[in-house]
Design a protein around this ligand. Structure first.
Ligand code: SF4
Length: 680
């Protein structure tokens, strides 16, 4: 049995494990790594089953071109020629920014860097984005403004050092299971205090000292009111505030408008709950905030993130072990895709495209002229532009917007209107149903590269088996397209050469190389080859110098319940499945555990609508209606429905609303108005 150490392709926790390959070069199993700092010899159920989908018969194995409405197998040369000529044709007709490049949090850092380079250096547009737009773009912007870096401030092992953990927005035991385990161990073994703000009674809520079930979308008044109490009772850290921060007076003015009684009414909780949370959080020597998409996926997502940062700074909980503002990143490499500049406004390392000196630096390194400085589209506005007809072409690598973007009918309309769509993926998806060209890529098991975990740890992905049939690693496909488009600057002998180039132009990755990150990786910032990596950010000073209090005022969610649609619908992930389900639903064991689309509904709501547990029912919003199974559970609060978004036959995103945060353009997945009925 050959053992190859690599990194899990699912969540951002970043566990490393061994892929087991038999003497016929077949992937047969997984073995955890006991040496790895995060895994410590453990894996969750998805990790244990991360090999099953690799050899699934549905794999895309040859390039396909749509001819007379039918997808036909073709050779690589024909497919790639068509991609280059059609992208150029779209740009000649509609301008450089009429093409959109969608990168992928599933692919490696090297591949995200190359997609970014292809868009900017070869096709001369900043229309490059990926699914961080849908999950943590508000984190990147909110934490950058307040702290100077849009990443998790601390490390996963800090979960064991906190005296108080405030969890708001993630269902950690299901979505980042090994991080959830660390939190549970700290609470049960060390007696750490646990505050959970979530209207679902998630597993952590059952262990919590305080569980607050506020109304979805009222995070800003809730967090402002906590700060109001802390200031009113003199519990703030004045030394930290005066030495390390700015704009405190502005924060005081804004949070003064959120006394507990007023905020409690908005949030649907008691004033005493707010006071209790404020006192418990402020009293802890080391208090940590852990948040995720429950905070970020709102039309006020950036405001929510800023409030989290404000609370941490107010109590001096930044820059030391067991503290910090810790956004848990969902996909295996969503942190890395952001770091690599697969975003419209920055090159790798968050270097701004609007800065002429930065553009000059990249022009020199890439040996090109006139890199674009205009920011035009995010992935969410690109879909709107395609629906309106102004965006002509899309190149989608490893993403599935038909499943993951809000308002599926709107996305369908957009994809149908495009002049040209190329999808590069490992399996056919409902997005590739609309493609003119499909390019077969390899899975993580068939290629080399790196992923960056939620704690900024850059780790190796190592090839265990040869690419299946004619599939090719994404990085090779991107290099071939660049060469066909006439660009000489994307020729590499190996993937490690790409990382060397990344390190040369990206200061936070300056000291990263394959030799250095072999077994457990390195955490950025790692500016040079002698630097040991950084476990905790903002230790002596913030990345922006002083931490900036950035207060926000309450703005209600866009679509609130009313008489016709009396429920709040929220969406998210489940324990057994992952995102649009392309991999986990092709894993027999995972699919067996949760085979059908479902909605969590409270026992009271189910009884009022005569809906029996496990029966079929309909959930409808102003965008459409889907049939799902009723998961009748006290996890759900009365009046609130929760649907996972993994099922194409019961797509939650047929129902969600295409309303965007005005700064981050992140959709409001966590709040829209819905109604239900029993299926006959
Ligand atoms: Fe993979 Fe995340 Fe599970 Fe670890 S916790 S095994 S990274 S899915």
């Amino acid at each position: 049995m050959k053992r190859t150490l690599t990194t899990c392709p699912y969540c951002g926790t970043g566990c490393m494990f061994y892929l087991l390959v038999d003497d016929k070069d077949t992937l047969v199993g997984i073995e955890p790594s006991s040496e790895h700092v995060t895994a410590k010899g453990q894996l969750c159920v998805k990790g244990w089953n991360a090999h099953h989908f690799v050899n699934h018969p549905d794999r895309l194995t040859t390039p396909l071109i749509r001819k007379n409405g039918i997808l036909e197998e073709v050779g690589w040369d024909e497919a790639l020629d068509l991609v280059v000529s059609k992208l150029k044709q779209a740009q000649s007709a509609g301008g450089k920014d009429s093409a959109m490049f969608v990168s992928s949090a599933k692919t490696t850092n090297e591949e995200n860097y190359l997609m970014m380079k292809l868009a900017r250096a070869v096709f001369k547009t900043n229309n490059i984005d990926h699914c961080a737009r849908l999950c943590h773009s508000s984190t990147v912007i909110g934490l950058m403004e307040t702290l100077g870096s849009g990443a998790m401030t601390n490390s996963i092992d800090c979960m064991e050092k906190a005296d108080c953990i405030f969890v708001t927005g993630p269902n950690t035991t299901e979505q980042h299971p090994l991080i959830g385990t660390r939190i549970i161990e700290n609470v049960t073994k060390n007696g750490a205090k646990l505050i959970v703000a979530d209207n679902r009674k998630i597993r952590l809520a059952r262990l919590a000292d305080i569980h607050v079930r506020w109304k979805n979308g009222t995070d800003v008044p809730f967090l402002n009111s906590i700060m109001n109490v802390i200031i009113a009772e003199g519990l703030e850290d004045n030394e930290f505030i005066s030495k390390r921060t700015e704009n405190y007076e502005e924060l005081k003015i804004v949070v003064a408008d959120y006394p507990p009684e007023k905020a409690a009414e908005i949030c649907g909780i008691t004033a005493q709950e707010i006071v209790d949370v404020a006192r418990m959080f402020a009293a802890a020597k080391r208090a940590m905030i852990v948040y995720s998409m429950g905070i970020t996926q709102h039309t006020h997502g950036v405001d929510n993130v800023k409030c989290c940062a404000n609370l941490a700074m107010l109590t001096g909980n930044v820059g030391s072990p067991g503290t910090g503002v810790n956004p848990l990143r969902g996909q295996n490499n969503v942190q890395g895709a952001c770091d690599m500049g697969a975003l419209p406004n920055v090159f790798s390392g968050y270097q701004k495209v609007t800065d002429p000196d930065v553009r000059k630096k990249f022009e020199k390194a890439w040996r090109v002229r006139n890199l674009p400085g205009e920011i035009v589209h995010t992935v969410t506005t690109a879909i709107n532009a395609a629906a309106e007809g102004s965006l002509k072409a899309m190149y989608i690598m490893g993403e599935n917007p038909m499943m993951s973007d809000p308002d599926q009918n709107h996305v369908r309309e957009a994809l149908e209107k495009l002049d040209f769509l190329v999808v590069q993926d490992i399996f056919p998806t409902i997005t590739s149903d609309y493609a003119d060209v499909i390019l077969p890529a390899t899975t993580y098991a068939e290629k080399d590269g790196t992923f960056t975990s939620t704690e900024r740890r850059v780790q190796r992905v190592s090839k265990a088996i040869e690419p299946i049939n004619q599939s090719r690693p994404d990085w090779q496909i991107l290099c071939d397209i660049a060469a066909l488009a006439g660009y000489e600057g994307m020729k590499y002998d190996s993937v490690s050469d790409i990382m060397d180039e990344i390190a040369s132009v990206t200061p936070i990755y300056g000291g990263i190389s394959y030799e250095r990150i072999d077994m457990i990786g390195l955490q950025w910032p790692c500016p040079d080859r002698n630097h040991p990596g950084t476990k905790i950010l903002h230790v002596d000073k913030f990345s922006r110098g002083l931490g900036k209090f950035s207060p926000a005022r309450y703005r209600p969610s866009v679509e609130m319940p009313d008489e016709e649609y009396p429920f709040v619908l929220s969406t998210g992930r489940s324990y057994f499945h992952f995102h649009s389900g392309t991999m986990t639903r092709r894993s027999q064991l995972l699919d067996r555990e949760q085979r059908f689309p479902y909605v969590e509904i409270s026992p009271q709501d189910a009884a009022e609508h005569a809906i029996a547990p496990g029966s079929w029912m309909y959930v409808a919003t102003r965008r459409g209606e889907v049939k799902v199974k009723a998961n009748v559970t006290d996890v759900a609060k009365k009046g609130v429905l929760f649907m996972p978004f993994h099922y194409k036959e019961g797509p939650a995103n047929l129902l969600t609303i295409n309303a965007l945060d005005p700064v981050a353009n992140i959709p409001e997945y966590k709040v829209c108005a819905a109604k239900i009925r029993k299926a006959q």
